[in-house]
Design a protein around this ligand. Structure first.
Ligand SMILES: NC(=O)c1ccc[n+]([C@@H]2O[C@H](COP(=O)([O-])OP(=O)(O)OC[C@H]3O[C@@H](n4cnc5c(N)ncnc54)[C@H](O)[C@@H]3O)[C@@H](O)[C@H]2O)c1
Length: 340
């Protein structure tokens, strides 16, 4: 399965193909110097499989975790390219989750003012969300994603065989972003979440459809001027819950799952709750929800007069409403009984 994503400077293909890692050279131009970036949590065999398809591969393995999305990480990648005489006609391939993807893409955007970048997402979150849309970046001075660039990949390849090694909790957390896409854009996809037999083939088809939906959004709004706001569904409160919890208590996708709960109609909530439970996503906050409130206004998306919030009254559609801080707090506290 494949589709093409258009952007201001051209287009690229997204391939969803089981077993494709071992012949990735059929899809990507790897007959050159290739910097393969991965992390210590990603099984090394994936980067090695990609390396076998490259003319001159160099693998860099950063430490797993958000800390690697740093200027030090960027420096390591650029230093490695410089030492290995990378030119503007060489390329970078990310083999990993969103951490590796964001870091490697930023390095590709900066090295010699931009060399080709390919993304091989190995988590559900990175397949569904971060692999398309062209956002790259690192954290700096304790602020997440504060340095970065919009830089489009030359290609994206998701091989669902990588799910075999991904912890179940990571799969569920990534699927929260796919549920988000279904709720806002695709009622039949949501029905598949409700009824499809849960197995690897289902995951693969949910991921493929969700990334297609995300691609359609970013095609229409490359630089986050309008429609892309919809991708923030579940994130305003989700980010606050994520910030309020101890480090590592909840995964980002789990917080998105919780964040969607107050922002839908009662009818939608009644269908969302069983889906969250079906995919082992939380529907209760593991601490007093008030603890998250101070973090609500830290959202980068706050502007004059409030923050744009996405509401889903009917599955497959959305409304955007600007809420003041008080209105936002009321929306969340009114939904307190839903967190069960
Ligand atoms: N650029 C964007 O548009 C965008 C969108 C959403 C999120 N993000 C970023 O993505 C990052 C989160 O991404 P993530 O959830 O993929 O986390 P991650 O990259 O940290 O991966 C999660 C963990 O899974 C491990 N892992 C990856 N693939 C594996 C596999 N197949 N088998 C076993 N283990 C595997 C990793 O080593 C890591 O420990 C955050 O930094 C976030 O800011 C970016």
């Amino acid at each position: 399965m494949q589709f093409s994503v258009r952007h201001a400077l051209g287009s690229y293909n997204v391939y969803c193909e089981r077993g494709a890692l071992s012949h990735i050279g059929d899809h990507f131009a790897l007959d050159r110097r290739v910097l393969i970036v991965t992390d210590t949590g990603v099984p090394a065999e994936y980067a090695k499989a990609v390396a076998k398809c490259c003319q001159t591969p160099t693998i860099v393995t950063v430490a797993q975790g958000e800390e690697s999305k740093s200027l030090a990480g960027l420096e390591l990648l650029c230093e490695t390219m410089l030492k290995n005489d990378f030119t503007r006609s060489d390329c970078v391939v990310a083999v990993g989750g969103g951490v590796v993807g964001d870091l490697a893409c930023f390095a590709a955007s900066a090295y010699m003012r931009g060399i080709d970048f390919y993304n091989v997402p190995t988590t559900v979150l990175s397949a569904v969300d971060s692999s398309v849309g062209g956002k790259s970046g690192v954290n700096f001075n304790g602020v997440k994603n504060i340095l970065g660039a919009f830089y489009q990949p030359k290609g994206v390849l998701f091989d669902a065989d990588v799910l075999k090694t991904l912890p179940a909790r990571q799969i569920s957390a990534g699927l929260a972003e796919a549920i988000k896409m279904a709720l806002t854009f695709d009622a039949p996809l949501f029905e598949t979440f409700e009824r499809g037999e849960v197995n690897d083939a289902l995951y693969e088809s949910l991921i493929f459809r969700a990334v297609q939906l995300k691609a359609a959004v970013v095609e229409k709004d490359e630089r986050e001027g309008g429609l892309r706001k919809t991708l923030n569904f579940g994130h305003t409160f989700g980010h606050a819950v994520e910030a309020a919890g101890e480090l590592g208590l909840l995964h980002h996708g789990e917080c998105v799952a919780l964040g969607m709960i107050p922002f839908c109609s009662e009818a939608v909530y009644k269908r969302l709750l069983p889906v969250l439970k079906r995919f082992d996503l939380p529907s209760a906050i593991p601490f007093d929800m008030e603890r998250a409130f101070p973090y609500l206004t830290h959202d980068k998306k706050w502007g004059k007069g409030g923050v744009d919030c996405i509401f889903v009254r009917e599955i497959g559609s959305f409304e955007i409403k600007k809420l003041t801080k008080d209105e936002l707090l009321k929306t969340i506290t009114d939904a307190k009984n839903r967190f069960i």
